[in-house]
Design a binder for this molecule. Structure first.
Ligand code: NAD
Length: 373
């Protein structure tokens, strides 16, 4: 349940036929499948073949990479869908990682002021994290996810069998959002995760299934009461204020998950500097995130000043009243214990503290600098 709405999530392994059958159950004139270059030959083409005969089918390619997650490329996609004959009755199906899912969801929200869409996530991150959120968005003006809408899929259909072709680096990136859930929620999420992370190199579909179930369970409770992630569920933004800035500043060198891992270390450093977080809890961040394997490369080439410029445009600005020099962000005072701001979980951190925390983390000597590994 996300808010009042019940969104069916079907999770299986090697369940291609079932995915096709669930899609067949939707009455439509046309399926518009949206995927990317790597996923089309793996699952896009076979799903397109399985759907032909039930309705018209188009298989559209969206270019990979955050730099394409923009209104310009969304418009090109919309033009192609309309040119192919999309109608109000058509169903969009996003088959891919979080990027394809976000773009498909936003196009569905906008096309004819709203058509049905289905998520078929194919990365670990998308299966347990991005598809469970109603946030659909693209980047604009060098700011992450700033043009978007809240829009719900008809259903989510995930096959953990497809994770066997997902590169280890993207498994690790997906594990970071699980580490985030463990840090912000604590409890059994913090206890269950380390053994799963130690097994990550197996990249097995059964490990994927356990991770996806853990992630969906973590998100479901809060999204039920706060579907637009403005009050309690804003806690899932932990690490994302600095993380999003690092992701864009890296121009593709860091995955979303890697950037958020560094973003959480910066958030822990800020919480520590402001006197909220103990040294032990700060260290616990490093210990857990090191287990994800995403801290091997230290993005020490990045300029904290340029990162700050991006942070001043973060999409949480103005969510609560603050001075220009304050950065609204989620902070922790312990594992599983957020700091409460005046109205929400957004706390105002002075920009000079944020700047110095970023410098401290990016110039820590605990990892190998990028380019020297
Ligand atoms: N809406 C939300 O709440 C939310 C939450 C988290 C992340 N996001 C967004 O999600 C995006 C990151 O998602 P991601 O980490 O899934 O990255 P991604 O979508 O960029 O995919 C990563 C790579 O994996 C490839 N790939 C996908 N499935 C594969 C498979 N089964 N086998 C082999 N290769 C495969 C893709 O082609 C791509 O090259 C970012 O744009 C981020 O902003 C959104």
């Amino acid at each position: 349940l996300v808010g009042e709405r019940s969104i069916p999530y079907y999770l299986g392994t090697d369940c291609f036929e079932e995915i096709a059958a669930h899609l067949h159950s939707l009455e439509t004139d046309r399926f518009i499948l949206i995927s990317d270059r790597k996923v089309i030959p793996r699952i896009g083409e076979s799903l397109a073949s399985a759907l032909r005969g039930y309705a018209a089918v188009d298989l559209l390619e969206f270019p990979e990479g955050e730099n394409h997650k923009t209104l310009t490329y969304l418009e090109k996609l919309a033009e192609t869908a309309i040119w192919h004959g999309a109608t109000r009755k058509s169903v969009l199906v996003g088959i891919g990682g979080g990027l394809v899912g976000n773009v498909t969801g936003l196009l569905a929200a906008l096309l004819f002021r709203g058509v049905r869409f289905v998520h078929v996530p194919t990365t670990l991150l998308a299966m347990h994290d991005s598809v469970t959120s109603l946030k659909q968005a693209v980047n604009c003006g060098n700011v992450k996810n700033v043009i978007g809408a809240y829009y719900a899929p008809e259903m989510i259909l995930a096959d953990t069998g497809v994770l066997e072709t997902l590169p280890l680096r993207h498994w690790r990136a997906g594990a970071v959002e699980l580490a985030k859930n463990a840090l912000i929620l604590g409890n059994d999420f913090h206890e269950l995760l380390p053994p799963l992370l130690r097994d990550i190199e197996s990249r097995s579909s059964s490990l994927g299934r356990q991770m996806v179930k853990l992630g969906v369970r973590a998100k479901a409770g809060l999204l039920h009461t706060d579907p637009t992630e403005k009050s309690g569920a804003i806690i899932f933004e932990y690490g994302h204020t600095v993380g999003h800035a690092l992701e864009l500043e890296s121009e593709g060198a860091l995955t979303h998950g890697e950037a958020v891992a560094w973003g959480m270390l910066c958030a822990a450093e800020i919480s520590h500097k402001l006197g909220y977080l103990s040294e032990a809890a700060r260290q616990a961040h490093w210990d857990l995130l090191r287990l994800t394997g995403t801290l091997e490369m230290l993005p020490s080439w990045m300029d904290p000043g340029r990162i700050m410029t991006r942070i001043y445009h973060d999409n949480k600005r103005g969510a609560c009243s603050h001075e220009l020099s304050d950065i609204p962000m989620v902070l922790l005072q312990g594992i599983g214990v957020p700091v409460m701001g005046p109205a929400t979980m957004l706390v105002l951190a002075p920009d000079e503290i944020v700047h110095s925390a970023i410098s401290a983390v990016l110039h820590s000597c605990e990892s190998v600098p990028c380019g020297q590994a």
